[in-house]
Design a protein around this ligand. Structure first.
Ligand code: PEP
Length: 254
């Protein structure tokens, strides 16, 4: 049976006006309406979520981050309960840009648990800083995943989305993207860990996305050759024509 694909757009700290956010979201909405078996998830800055969620069409929305606690004296934080109340469905956790701003593995694990407790779906970002010829970084990835997903009950685990994002491939300082062939190997390896943690049925069913310098030129091969269940797209998702093109490619790749 044809699998559906998840296209997640992480807008980071962009755009700087609500008017522009609405313009981008409208174009994504139109493309998403036409793309069968493709779920598009927009992750705009949190301040735009309430407005964009008033007319989502087939789009789903995600937050770029959340907090470990649900309510209380935590100035500046955003609760998973507040996100759920708005109609948000996904939350990115463990993104490399949040790690750089202080999110430790403990914090990432706590955020994952908070997201799952709220019945939202975490998009958990995992990836190495650099590769070594001996493949030691692969063990590092497994250790991280085991730590983050420790004690997550099977029922809740069904909502997990994993994004394999090698950190050297993310953002403006990226030194390139992974290759689709290597992504395929990494995804098989990560899936084995998910199967070990949650059993075959759940482990095999969880989506594994590729992220890191995805663009309109390489997206198709990650979905076809790399067999990615979807893509987590940063910079290119703000080039709205290219995002629309990638959504169309994903519909063809199903
Ligand atoms: C990201 O923000 O997760 C990302 C992969 O960014 P970019 O596509 O810009 O490398």
């Amino acid at each position: 049976m044809a699998r559906s694909r998840l296209i997640v757009a992480n807008w980071k700290l962009n755009p700087t006006t609500l008017a522009e956010a609405k313009r981008l979201a409208l174009a994504a909405k139109a493309a998403s309406a036409k793309a069968k078996k493709v779920q598009v998830v927009l992750c705009p800055p949190a301040v735009y979520l309430a407005t964009l969620l008033t007319a989502p069409g087939k789009l789903l929305f995600g937050a770029q981050d959340t907090f470990t606690e649900f309510e209380g004296a935590f100035t500046g934080e955003i609760s998973p309960l507040q996100l759920r109340d708005l109609g948000v469905k996904y939350v990115i956790v463990g993104h490399s840009e949040r790690r750089k701003r202080g999110d430790t593995l403990e914090v990432i694990a706590a955020k994952t648990r908070a997201v799952l407790k709220t019945n939202l779906a975490p998009i958990i970002c995992i990836g190495e800083d650099k590769r070594d010829g001996d493949g030691d970084y692969l063990e590092g990835l497994v250790r991280e995943l085991e730590f983050i997903l420790d004690k997550v009950p099977r029922q809740a685990a069904k909502r997990i989305v994993l994004a394999y994002e090698p950190r050297w491939a993310i953002g403006a300082l990226a030194t390139g993207a992974d290759t689709p062939e290597q992504f395929l190997h990494h995804a098989i390896f990560l899936r084995k860990t998910l199967v070990n943690l949650f059993g075959k049925e759940i482990g095999m069913s969880l989506p594994i996305l590729y992220g890191g310098s995805v663009n309109v030129k390489n997206a198709d091969s990650f979905l076809t050759v790399g067999q990615a269940d979807g893509l987590l797209i940063g910079r290119e998702s703000l080039q709205i024509k290219n995002l629309v093109e990638i959504i169309k490619l994903a519909a063809k790749a199903v």
